[in-house]
Ligand binder design. Sequence first.
Ligand SMILES: Nc1ncnc2c1ncn2[C@@H]1O[C@H](COP(=O)(O)OP(=O)(O)O)[C@@H](O)[C@H]1O
Ligand SMILES: [Mg+2]
Length: 271
Amino acid sequence: MSKLKINDLHVAVKEKEILKGLTIEFSTDETVALLGPNGNGKSTLLQTIMGNPNYEVVSGSIYYDDKDVLKLTTDERSKLGIFLGMQYPSEVPGVNNSDFLKAALNAHREKPVSLFEFYKLLNNAYQEMHIPFEMSTRNLNEGFSGGEKKKNEILQMLVLNPDLVMLDEIDSGLDVDAIQVVASTIKKEQANRGFLIVSHYAKLYELINIDKVYVLVNGKVAKTGDKSLIKKIDQEGYEWLKDEGIEFPNEEKMNTTSIGTCATKEVLKGK
Ligand SMILES: Nc1ncnc2c1ncn2[C@@H]1O[C@H](COP(=O)(O)OP(=O)(O)O)[C@@H](O)[C@H]1O
Ligand SMILES: [Mg+2]
């Protein structure tokens, strides 16, 4: 078991401070749900953990056991066992999906994978994800639907076998059947690795086990709790946190299409 420890992290994007002293920790035997209104720094946190150079760490620390993650390149972080399933996976024309997966897998190994072993691994992953195997010969994410791109992220996870998996809005763009496939894979994999899962929808969280819930507001952890916190947010939105003295950024511009969508609908019904 490994532990990721983030302490008093301040991160800026284009000179604007987005994370403003964020402290969390969790281990690879837990699943953590990360919630929060749009634009409050969830993706920024995940991108920073993975080492995206657009996110400038101003101060604070990220440790993975005794390793200073901030001193490592993105590929070194990946080799440590950290994986990010992205909110907006990029299309990579000219790079075949299976060649990409094989190159990524080999980069994590000392000896290259044999063709037989790779085929078996790939075939199992495609079956598990209910993705037609023909898609392995298509270019990476090129022309994929939103849902196919998201399922392809989980497929990469199955092939690379990381210890700590971060999934950024993995359920957005998935139809009901695809959510079931993704959720059942996550549920099965929870025994093998840790998850940090960002989602706006209670549905995905209902289908998997959740050990801890963090709510991120204005670049900081505003609230910590258990699964009941997800239910409360799903029903009531985030407004009630203001009564607890939590400050929100640019309140007038805040997007309400968050997990509180159901709560918003309830409010509208009452009008
Ligand atoms: N690459 C970027 N360029 C400019 N602004 C960005 C970039 N990434 C994030 N931001 C800004 O940082 C803030 C937090 O964004 P983000 O971390 O994506 O929020 P969340 O994932 O919680 O919705 C937003 O105001 C967003 O516009
Ligand atoms: Mg985001």
